[in-house]
Design a protein around this ligand. Structure first.
Ligand code: GLC
Length: 752
């Protein structure tokens, strides 16, 4: 079960509060925070370091240095706050330290709806023996039988005073920046049995004149099932605290976190001549992909816990997980497949461990993403027996079908729902949430979903051939859909996007709004539909009409808006917002891939690197971009809007896994296939040398690339110093047999 323990008020002022706050009070009464917030005292020096699993703040103020580090334990449900303090000016110091956090009512959504009642159904209390503040929320507004956790906050040092009450800690007309509790000598040692729960702990520290470091830790944790068995719950909490308080335990916890991340990070690391790009590929993209992989669409700073597992979203998230942790991807695949109905379509939105009702609307694309995920897993592991494993259909727990049958049903669902042009009927929508607006009467068709179907069929044909199945029926379906696309979707200079209920083209030069959409241009290449001339032209049209200084718009021109007189207004999104013509980063990832497939290394890299948050922030400033500097955003407000440049929906976006795929598989060109690892980079010409380390089927591949010119041709290809054969397309591919028999292979490739 997932709960939100601490509060975050998303529309709050000041922006971005509350948080995990530490206050340091000097003997002269001056108060400051090593994290800068909430005191906002100008510090003598300050640095924030965001690393996989660990965030730390390094601050110095008035002769005291503080390092505040946050990490989530791998072994227990605890957020560890580690505070290191030392005197830097040769004076001994006596400091008062306060650690403070505000508890929530466990669910952001419920709290908004019922908070004013539910605050009468909670309590905080202090446990003298464990030196620990406890919090229990137990409201009748949660479905019966749900086991809420016991939350606790404790520290490593003796507690001087405490409070479990937000309102007395902050004080009437007080503020987080200067709580009345911190201004007083002592906190009130008060707890509540209704009201606004919080935990504040007060410690005193003596710093030696010699500058030696004093470490203090705080533990914000949760323990299962206090309602049914409080004693056991408290005993387990005590056991956790006893362990955490042992000497050296924080460093052990830190190294466990680092090891966990190392497992994910070490699947692929590259050295390329671009510092921001390298940091993004090696670290930040991985962190972001792991976050979306874990939490799907349920977690970001704006909307914690409000959405669930998006079917298509999680299928895509797993593309970046399947080579880091195939077992995790397989487990998630089986969960997703168990949400597929026997007719082939899939449950659009679900919750893995929650009680909310799933979303049942039928989309024309959800089920197709399953094919790509299965292909990606098998290309990674090579273990085709997965196709024969049984997985139940949604709502039919007993009746099971194999993974292969699930995929067949996915194809059947699409082929069973085609419209007058032979293209998939949009149903509720396709990948693009607003396309459904063109299908009010059930006759609108999606070109994009047609391309997706083609791509899925190509992969299914490969899978059929690899497992000795007859692929002829799949081939004839492929030919039929390709024909429908070629006959109906080419607009002259680009690919159309859809057809509305009347059979009129959407994304055509004839349209006043939404003349061109990005996705059908990139997916023409991804699905290998249309000629090279058509697709080169389509990507040129996309560049000419959709490019801005910071990325490509999803469509152009944006629809005028909900009150337009034009009639065909897709949604309430203003021009340049969200799906109505924003720079939709997720779609940009496919444009990166499309440029790489066309062999345009410069463009592919430009499309990738211009969206790296660090690069955007350097160009337009953080006040304009507003989003985190280390995570991808879903979309950036486009130039038709006065808020041009504002990055939205950070973290939980398909941008993360697909940027990972675009960079690692298409720019670096390390592309797993059923029979081995293709190495086919498409990088800028200035990259004359770069290298990649990749884990593949248990083998450590150390790949060095030398490149002259545009790198289009393989000049030499050696494995462990011996010349190796190129594949039938003249590309360097490491055959699967080799990786099975070796633990390490050194690969050198010269491109020219
Ligand atoms: C959001 C949704 C995703 C959808 C996309 C485009 O990112 O989470 O499911 O495909 O928007 O509409």
């Amino acid at each position: 079960v997932m709960y939100r323990l601490t509060r975050y008020r998303q529309h709050n002022l000041p922006i971005d509060s509350p948080g995990f706050y530490v206050y340091i009070k000097s003997e002269n009464g001056a108060v400051w925070s090593p994290g800068f917030r909430p005191c906002e005292v100008k510090l003598d020096s300050w640095q924030a370091v965001h690393q996989p699993g660990v965030t730390s703040f390094h601050a110095e103020y008035d002769g005291v240095k503080a390092a505040l580090t946050f990490l989530v334990s791998q072994t227990d449900d605890v957020l560890i706050w580690k505070l290191d303090l030392n005197s830097t000016d040769g004076r001994a110091r006596k400091l008062d330290v306060y650690a403070y956090t505000e508890f929530s009512q466990l669910s952001w959504k419920n709290e908004d709806l019922y908070g004013y009642y539910d605050r009468l159904q909670l309590k905080t209390w202090y446990d003298e023996n464990a030196s620990c503040i406890n919090y229990l929320f137990h409201s009748g507004n949660y479905p019966a039988g749900h086991e809420v956790p016991l939350a606790f906050f404790a520290g490593s040092e003796p507690v001087v005073s405490y409070s479990g009450n937000r309102n007395t800690f902050i004080g009437n007309y007080g503020s987080e920046a200067m709580p009345k509790g911190v201004c007083a000598d002592r906190l009130l040692n008060d707890t509540i049995s209704c009201g606004e729960p919080a935990a504040a702990l007060h410690n005193q520290v003596v710093l030696n004149a010699d500058g030696s470091t004093k470490e203090l830790c705080f533990y914000l944790g949760a323990q299962q099932d206090p309602i049914n068995n409080l004693e056991e719950c408290e005993n387990s909490r005590n056991a956790v605290l006893d362990k955490l308080r042992c000497a050296g335990e924080t460093s052990r916890q830190l190294s466990k976190v680092q090891q966990w991340w190392e497992h994910h990070l070490s699947a692929l690391q590259c050295e390329i001549p671009d510092a921001a790009g390298m940091r993004q590929i090696n670290t930040f993209s991985v962190m972001n992909s792991v976050v979306t992989g874990r939490y799907s669409r349920s977690l970001n700073i704006d909307a914690p816990g409000v959405r669930g597992v998006g079917f298509r979203d999680t299928c895509q998230d797993m593309l970046a997980i399947c080579y880091r942790d195939p077992a995790w991807a397989i487990d998630t695949l089986k969960f997703l497949m168990s949400l597929q109905y026997a007719d082939g379509h899939a449950l659009h939105m679900a919750y893995r461990h929650e009680w909310f009702e799933p979303a049942t609307s039928v989309h024309c694309d959800d089920h197709l993403w399953l094919v790509y995920l299965v292909y990606a897993i098998l290309a990674e592991t090579g273990d085709l027996s997965l196709l024969e494993e049984p997985v139940p259909y949604y709502g039919e727990e007993k009746q099971t079908a194999t993974v292969w049958q699930h995929l067949q049903k996915a194809l059947d669902f699409t082929s069973g729902n085609l419209g007058r042009h032979g293209l998939p009927i949009i149903l509720r929508s396709d990948w693009n949430d607003i396309i459904g607006k063109f299908n009010q009467r059930g006759e609108g068709e999606s070109v994009f979903a047609g391309q997706q179907y083609v791509y899925a069929l190509r992969q299914m044909i490969e899978l059929a051939q690899a497992t000795g199945r007859d692929a002829s029926e799949l081939q004839s379906r492929l030919a039929t859909m390709e024909k429908a696309i070629l006959e109906n979707a080419w607009d002259g200079k680009w690919w159309r996007r859809a057809f509305d209920d009347n059979g009129d083209a959407v994304g055509s030069d004839k349209c006043k709004f939404g003349k061109i959409f990005l996705n059908t241009q990139s997916w023409a290449l991804i699905s290998a539909t249309g000629t090279t001339e058509q697709n080169t032209q389509a990507m040129q049209s996309a560049e000419a009409q959709l490019a801005t200084d910071i990325g490509l718009k999803l469509l152009n021109p944006s629809f005028a808006g909900w009150n337009s007189e034009e009639g065909k207004t897709p949604v309430g999104y203003g021009a340049g917002c969200g799906e109505n013509g924003a720079i939709f980063c997720h779609s940009n990832t496919w444009a990166v891939i499309a440029q790489a497939l066309l062999g345009n290394g410069e463009k592919a890299w430009k499309y990738f690197s211009q969206l790296i948050p660090h690069n955007i922030i350097s160009k337009i400033g953080i006040d304009c971009y507003k989003a985190e500097p280390y995570a991808w955003v879903s979309n950036i407000v486009g130039p038709e809007n006065t808020q041009f440049g504002w990055g939205n929906v950070s973290q939980i976006s398909g941008t993360a896994p697909w940027m990972d795929v675009a960079a690692t598989q298409y720019i670096l060109g390390i592309r797993p296939q059923l029979d081995g690892l293709l190495i086919s980079p498409c990088a800028p010409e200035q990259w004359t040398e770069f290298s990649i380390r990749r884990r593949y089927r248990g083998c450590d591949l150390q790949i060095k690339i030398k490149q002259s010119g545009n790198g289009g041709t393989v000049k030499t290809f050696t494995i462990d110093g011996k010349p190796a054969a190129l594949d039938s397309n003249g590309k360097a591919k490491v055959p699967a047999e080799l990786t099975h028999n070796a633990t390490k292979l050194v690969i050198d490739i010269a491109l020219g």
